[in-house]
Design a protein around this ligand. Sequence first.
Ligand code: FAD
Length: 300
Amino acid sequence: MLKDFFIGLSQNQLLNSAAKKYGLKMGAQNVVAGTNVAETIQSIKELNAHGISCTVDNLGEFVFEKEEALAAKKQILEVIEAIHEHGVDAHISLKPSQLGLDIDIDFCLENLKEIAAKAKSYEIFINFDMEDHARLQPSFDLLDELSKDYDNIGTVIQAYFFRAVEDIQNYKNFRLRIVKGAYKETEEYAYQDKKEIDENYIQLIEWHLLNGKFTSIATHDHHVINHVKQFVKENDIPNDKFEFQMLYGFRKDMQLQLASEGYNFCTYVPFGNDWYGYFMRRLAERPQNLNLVVKQVFNK
Ligand code: FAD
């Protein structure tokens, strides 16, 4: 119930637009690294100092105007430049819908090509975040087109989708982030039961660790993390074939612990003013994250 409530809020375009005007509020500052590139680079440097790499996301969704998509592209190009200039250990995560997927697919492809080319010139990796089902196949189509010319791109497999098992085989030669899935999907396309999602999640991770290129295991679930630790040990999978990923601000102690144990660890670092949808999805995933809001209210 609460999950549906927050997912509903995350898709409210009026609230989304209003939130952009007011800066980071409601505790979002605990889970968003900064509002601009300079603040974000500083946050990355702090994580790098602990041996943690970063994947940087210029927050944004509901982009239906070309100017807004072009502004997002400009911002991402600036981040790439800043990563290079500061020599920080970071790559890019982006959402195709922020770059024009919902406007015109060719326009989106041109934007993505520009980003991929610039990132490639500095050997910076680009990860396509995956969004809801309506955008899934179009995002894979864009990835197919881009990968004809660029090898510095990868994507996400969402374990709640029935098709994930085929997708992971088709994209096994890509660097893949494997997640449970964050959007509200219908039973036509996706498992609804948490146990089924968790089981599929483990199967996909194991399959890609054994058969695929580099695997990013993106979860805050310690059961999964402990299982993976055991699995890689039993199967002699070297540390340079995989990493753990978590979101900025979540389970900070565990992030540091995993890095200190010698595992590759990458923190997903969102930044910018368009934080609302991202933040609401985090509340939907784990209502305890409301603590972040409560703390903020009482810390005033
Ligand atoms: P959950 O299933 O939410 O939690 C399992 C258990 O873990 C909980 O019961 C609890 O015991 C423990 N736990 C979880 N969180 C905490 C916490 N904060 N503190 C203490 N215990 C906790 N989704 C997409 O659809 N597309 C994407 O591109 C995408 N990219 C992502 C990138 C990263 C780096 C991460 C971490 C997630 C991403 N997601 C993405 C979100 C993902 O799909 C899940 O919705 C989200 O990670 C919640 O699932 P979970 O695996 O973390 O664990």
